[in-house]
Each structure stands twice: as structure tokens, then as C-alpha cells.
Design a protein around this ligand. Sequence first.
Ligand code: AMP
Length: 183
Amino acid sequence: MGRRLLLVGPPGAGKGTQAERLAKALGIPHISTGEMLRDHVVRGTTLGAEAKRIMDTGALVPDEVVVAMVAERLAEDDAQCGYLLDGFPRNDAQADALAAAVGEEAIETVLYLSVPEDELVQRLLTRGRSDDTEDSIRTRLAVYRDETEPLIARYQQVGTLKEVDGLGTVEDISARIFDILAS
Ligand code: AMP
């Protein structure tokens, strides 16, 4: 059995970049709900049209939509040997659904990429993704604070949380993550 990992952190913390590098290095699939939703948008599916409206505001897509998407993805062959979840779970209900699907103890490490808020806004404003407008950024940070941040305490309690300092170069941060996973 390969590694089953979660990457959590605020919008703009660099989750996507780090997740891609880490998944490649470990040879496990990188499962990003944001990427999956953006893929629906690009392919012009019904779900994509609905998701785009919500994503552009910075709010969360309904739990049942992402939970079903992740459940389907985790059932695929390549995910049987581990995976790195990025951007999921985003709230308690999603964390409950994940725990029910794979077991709370199945996730060996939850990497929490921490970056101060003033730095996040700077990064998001210069990233230029279509949902990186000022209003959407404000909403995403608020949603993170209200709904996602409480998961940090949850996984701390479970005993799987590891905090990673998200400031520095991409290489610095990757090295910190590898150190944590090696220890
Ligand atoms: P991300 O690429 O993780 O920054 O996600 C971009 C947007 O996709 C978010 O602002 C949400 O609208 C939506 N999204 C991504 N993951 C989730 C999730 N787990 N639950 C609900 N909405 C999500």
C-alpha cells in the first residue's frame, strides 16, 4: 500500500504546486477537486457550467457534488496504491464523508501548508486564474477561515496533522515536506 496523504491550507498557499511535485515524486495520483471541477468547465459539461458560476464567486460547490466526484476517483485503479488529496476535504461534512469512505486512520499524514494572510492576498492577486478577482479572493479566504480551518484542529486531534511553513521558494517548501514524510 502506497501513501495516503492530504494537503490542506488556505487559498494561495501553493497547495497545487506542491501537490503536483510531491505526487510525482511518490508515484501516486494527485487528486485535486479544484482541477477536476476546472476540467468539467473546460469540457463544457452540465456540472462544469453549474460549478463555474459558484467557483467564480469563491463559494464552495455543494458537498454532494465533490464527495461523489472524489468517491468515484478513489475507486479507480491507480488510487488503490495511495493518493494525495489536494483541496478536499474543505469542511466537516466532506471530512466525515472521507472518513466514512476510507476510515479516519487510513490517511497517514495531513500536511498543513501555512502562510500568513497578507502574503496569500498578494499571491492570489498576481496569479491570474479566472476566479482570482478581489471579491472572490475575499470570499475564498472567509470560506477557508469559517469552514476549512477547523479541520486543522480535527486532524490535530486524530494525530495525523503536520504543519509545513509555506514561506520560501518552491524547492524549500518541497524539501520541508519530504523531511516530514521521511521522519
Ligand atoms: P482550488 O483549485 O482548490 O482553489 O478550488 C477552486 C474552487 O473550486 C473553490 O473556490 C471552490 O469553488 C471549488 N472547490 C474545489 N474543491 C472543492 C471542495 N472540496 N468542495 C467544494 N468546492 C470546491
